[in-house]
Ligand binder design. Structure first.
Ligand code: ZN
Length: 316
């Protein structure tokens, strides 16, 4: 049967988390410090489970291992993508991620290129996105001297903005921001600076200065990529990025929107509104906060309603 794989997934407590994953998306929270919903994940630190249909109860990592036909029989040891929603009640640590070569050599997993769609932001909310050091020596010196204001590039963000964050980019999501993150399936983070915060036990979180200096890109300035926007009847399709790691689109659905799938499989997140998806005369209701995978068996589908959706496919 041609059916989407709706997913139940794992929430993660974080020192910087809050409660908006409940108030905005309705997820049941285990605490009042929830930072991340790993909405579509086969990473061992939080694996999604199929909620419906023939594959109900199956874990995404196990489906990837044993039912690769659902994913177009593409190669790869691990399901390569991870979709998260993050609620930053406070600043995340200033951090950087390795590329695949460094990650596999030092951490035994892929590196992490990621990207962010800003779901919501308080007025004036900021991110850290890149740095000003001109050489590795200067980077080392500025970190050792804790010259954070001189080193780090701050950018004010608003709802609807999109940021591509390649491995090697120094970055942090700021207080009052909610994002949908599409990333490589990796959980390796090198912390540079954590605002000298202590956890509930009074401990500072570990920093990784040597690794940071190893993997940070120099120069550390980034330029915005122009999205491609297409109108289809009343709906708007935006392609934010096409990269070797993932392709990310936003679909603003207004009425009926027939789409075809050209990629081996697709990850879909409803971030606003509600409606439905029709596949081969079967219909499923869709609502804000749902996440699903369209497996390879599905070539055409019709969305209907008033919805904002972030969709991603694997890179090539
Ligand atoms: Zn990160």
């Amino acid at each position: 049967m041609l059916e989407p794989l709706f997913l139940n997934s794992v929430l993660q407590n974080k020192i910087w988390g809050g409660t908006r994953l409940n108030s905005v998306f309705g997820y049941d929270l285990p605490s009042d410090k929830v930072g991340e919903y790993w909405a579509i994940s086969a990473h061992p630190n939080g694996v999604s489970t199929v909620a419906n249909g023939e594959f109900a109860g199956r874990k995404l990592d196990e489906l990837w291992a044993n039912n690769r036909e659902l994913f177009g029989n593409v190669k790869g040891d691990v399901f390569p993508l991870l979709t998260k929603i993050l609620d930053a009640e406070d600043w995340l640590s200033v951090q950087v991620h390795p590329d695949d070569a460094y990650g596999l050599k030092h951490e035994g997993e892929l590196g992490k290129t990621e990207c962010w769609y800003i779901i919501d932001a308080e007025p004036g909310a900021q991110i850290i996105y890149g740095h000003h050091a001109k050489t590795r020596e200067e980077l080392t010196q500025m970190i050792n001297d804790a010259r954070w204001d001189d080193l780090l590039t701050k950018v004010t963000v608003k709802k609807g903005d999109f940021f591509y964050v390649p491995a090697g980019t120094i970055h942090a999501i700021g207080k009052g921001i909610m994002i949908l993150e599409t990333q490589q399936s990796s959980d390796t983070t090198y912390r540079i600076y954590d605002f000298d915060r202590k956890d509930d036990e009074g401990n500072l979180r570990e920093l990784h200065i040597k690794q940071t200096i190893d993997v940070t890109s120099i120069p550390g300035t980034l330029s915005a990529q122009e999205p491609t926007i297409t109108q289809v009847e009343g709906s708007t399709l935006t392609t934010f990025v096409q990269t070797p790691f993932f392709n990310v689109d936003k679909w603003v659905v207004n009425g009926e929107l027939p789409l075809s799938m050209d990629e081996p499989y697709q990850l879909v997140s409803v971030i606003e509104g509600n409606g439905s998806i029709v596949i081969d005369e079967n219909k499923w209701d869709l609502t804000k906060g749902q996440h699903f995978i369209l497996p390879n068996t599905i070539k055409e589908f019709v969305l209907d309603g008033q919805m904002e959706i972030i969709a991603s496919t694997p890179g090539k």
